[in-house]
Design a protein around this ligand. Structure first.
Ligand code: UDP
Length: 498
C-alpha cells in the first residue's frame, strides 16, 4: 500500500535506557524511510544523562541542551515523577512504581500539547511502547490511539513470560526448584536456561511486575513487533501468533553490521558513554580472526572473582584481546568491575582495555575472532549480523535463555558453565577460548555463524521477512488512521494525583 498521506505520525514511548532506546530509533528510522513521521518520547532523566555525558557529536546528532532529534528522529521528554538527582538504580521498585503513576499523566499532557501545537501539530495514528512501560497501552486507549509494542528481547522470552504469567505451564517453584519447562516451539528449558524473573525468589520485584503487566495486557495491543527475525525463531513465533499479532522486524542493529553502510556518522542510535576510538587503530594492526573481544554490555558489573578469572584466562591465552571495562556510575562491592593489579602491564603486548567502544565497528572488524559476552540481546543480534562466534557467559534476566538459543539452537558458540560453587573458573574460560579459536568444533561454529549472518541480512533486505512485516505494519497504520480522531481527554487524567 502506498503512503497516501504524508502526515501520518507515530509516537514511540521508550524506557530511559540505551538498550531500549536504540532498537526504537532503528525501528523509527525504518518507518521514517517508508514515509511516516516518527517521534520518540522518553523520560527527562535520559535527556539529562546524555547532556551530562556528551556535549559532543554522536553519529548524526549534535547533542545540545535542547536535543530536538537523535539520528533524525524527533525526541520529546516527560517527567517520571522523580527529581533528576534521585538514585533510580538503587531504588528500582520506587522508580518503576512512580513512573507507572506519574508517567500516564505527563505522557497524556505531552500528547495533548503535541496535538495542539500551533506550528507543527502532531496527531498520532499509532503509539508504540515497550515492556517496561506497559501503562502506555492504557494512555493510548484513553486518547483513542491504537497501541503496539516493540518487544526488545527474543520472541522465545515473550513465549516464556506469556506461559509463566498465564499459568499455562509449570515452572520451577521453591518446592521444586529444578523443574524443567517444555514449551511449544522451544527446546527443553532447564532452570539454568530460564530468565531470572521467572525463578522462585526472584529479587527483581518491579521488573517482574512490569513484564507481568505487559503480558497481561497484550489484548490491548494491536501488534507486537519483535526485535528478532522470523527465520531465527519460526516455531515460537508461529506458536505465539495464536495469542497476538506478533511479527519480527529485526535485527534492529546499526546498518554497518548488516553490510548496508560504512560510516560511523550513519550510526542510528545513541551511545551513553564516549567511545574510545584508538582501539580501532589497534585492531587495524592485528591479523584477521585473531582478537578476542570481551564485553558485558552497559549494565553488568562483574564481581572481583569474575574479573580475576577472566583476566587470568586472557593473560594465559597469550592471544590478542580487546576488553571493555566500563567504570560503574553507582556504588558496587569492593573490587567489583576492577582489573587485578598489574594486569594491564602484564598484558600490554597483546591486550587493550577500554571503558567503552563503538561495538558495531569492533564486531565488524576483520581482526575479531570471537566475542566473550554476557549475551544481552542487542549484542547477540549484532554478533549474529556479522557472523562472529561467541563464548557465552550469561548472568541474569534474559541472558541465560539467549545463551541457550545462541549455543544450542543456532550453534554459533560455546557456553561457559559455572562449577558447583557457582563460579566460572579461569581454566574453564581458557579451555573455551582454545575451543572456539581452533578446537574441533571451531570450523563448524564459524560456518554456522556465517550462515546466520546471511539469513539476518536477508531478513532486513528489501522484500525480506522483516522488511515485509514492517510494510504490513505500516499498511495497517494507514488503513486505521483514517478512522482515528485524536480525542484526548486530559481532564480525566489531570484529576488523578501523582
Ligand atoms: N555497547 C557499545 N560499546 C561497548 C559495549 C556495549 O556500543 O563498549 C553496546 C552494544 O553494541 C549493545 C549495547 O551496548 O548495543 C548493549 O546492549 P545489550 O542488550 O547487549 O546489553 P545490556 O547493556 O542491555 O546489558
Amino acid at each position: 500500500m502506498e503512503l497516501e498521506n504524508q502526515t501520518i505520525h507515530v509516537l514511540m514511548v521508550a524506557f530511559a535506557s540505551q538498550g531500549h532506546i536504540n532498537p526504537f530509533l532503528r525501528l523509527g528510522k525504518h518507518l521514517q524511510t517508508k514515509g511516516l513521521h516518527v517521534t520518540l518520547a522518553t523520560t527527562e532523566t535520559f535527556r539529562h544523562r546524555i547532556i551530562k555525558h556528551h556535549h559532543t557529536d554522536i553519529g548524526t546528532t549534535t547533542i545540545t541542551d535542547e536535543i530536538p532529534a537523535i539520528s533524525g528522529i524527533d525526541i520529546v521528554f516527560f517527567s517520571d515523577g522523580l527529581s533528576l538527582e534521585y538514585d533510580r538504580k538503587n531504588n528500582l521498585d520506587i522508580y518503576m512504581d512512580t513512573l507507572a503513576k506519574a508517567g500516564p499523566i505527563h505522557l497524556t499532557n505531552l500528547i495533548t500539547s503535541l496535538a495542539c501545537d500551533n506550528i507543527r501539530p502532531k496527531k498520532f495514528s499509532c503509539i508504540i511502547n515497550n515492556p517496561f512501560v506497559p501503562w502506555v497501552a492504557d494512555v493510548a486507549s484513553q486518547v483513542g490511539i491504537p497501541c503496539s509494542m516493540l518487544w526488545i528481547q527474543p520472541c522465545t522470552l515473550f513465549a516464556i513470560y506469556h506461559s509463566f504469567y498465564n499459568n499455562a505451564h509449570d515452572f520451577p517453584t521453591k518446592e521444586d526448584p529444578k523443574k524443567s519447562v517444555q514449551l511449544p516451539g522451544l527446546p527443553l528449558l532447564q532452570t539454568c536456561d530460564l530468565p531470572s524473573f521467572v525463578l522462585p525468589n526472584s529479587p527483581f520485584g518491579s521488573i517482574t511486575k512490569a513484564f507481568f503487566e505487559a503480558l497481561k495486557n497484550i489484548h490491548k495491543l494491536r501488534w507486537v513487533l519483535a526485535n528478532s527475525f522470523y527465520e531465527l525463531e519460526k516455531e515460537v513465533i508461529d506458536s505465539m501468533s495464536k495469542f497476538v499479532m506478533i511479527k519480527a522486524v529485526g535485527p534492529l542493529v546499526p546498518l554497518k553490521l548488516l553490510g548496508q553502510d560504512h560510516e560511523v556518522r550513519d550510526f542510528v542510535g545513541i551511545d551513553m558513554w564516549k567511545a574510545d576510538d584508538q582501539c580501532i587503530e589497534w585492531l587495524n594492526q592485528k591479523e584477521p580472526n585473531s582478537v578476542i573481544y570481551v564485553s558485558f554490555g552497559s549494565l553488568v558489573v562483574l564481581s572481583k572473582k569474575q574479573m580475576e578469572s577472566i583476566a587470568i584466562a586472557l593473560k594465559k591465552s597469550k592471544r590478542s584481546f580487546l576488553w571493555v571495562v566500563k567504570p560503574s556510575n553507582y556504588p558496587v562491592p569492593e573490587g567489583a568491575g576492577e582489573l587485578p593489579e598489574g594486569f594491564l602491564n602484564e598484558t600490554k603486548e597483546h591486550g587493550v582495555v577500554v571503558p567503552w567502544c563503538h561495538q558495531s565497528l569492533v564486531l565488524s572488524h576483520k581482526s575479531i575472532a570471537c566475542f566473550l559476552t554476557h549475551c544481552g540481546w542487542n549484542s547477540m543480534l549484532e554478533t549474529i549480523s556479522v557472523g562472529v562466534p561467541i563464548i557465552a557467559y550469561p548472568l541474569w534476566t534474559d541472558q541465560p535463555t539467549n545463551a541457550k538459543l545462541m549455543v544450542e539452537v543456532l550453534g554459533v558458540g560455546i557456553r561457559l558453565w559455572p562449577n558447583d560453587e557457582g563460579d566460572v573458573k579461569s581454566e574453564t574460560i581458557g579451555e573455551c577460548i582454545k575451543d572456539i579459536m581452533d578446537g574441533p568444533q571451531a570450523t563448524e561454529i564459524r560456518a554456522k555463524a556465517a550462515r546466520w549472518k546471511d539469513t539476518a541480512r536477508g531478513a532486513v533486505a528489501g522484500g525480506g521477512s522483516s522488511d515485509r512485516n514492517v510494510q504490513e505494519f505500516i499498511d495497517d497504520i494507514i488503513r486505521t488512521s483514517s478512522c482515528i480522531e485524536c480525542n484526548v481527554n486530559s481532564s480525566s487524567m489531570e484529576s488523578q494525583s501523582v
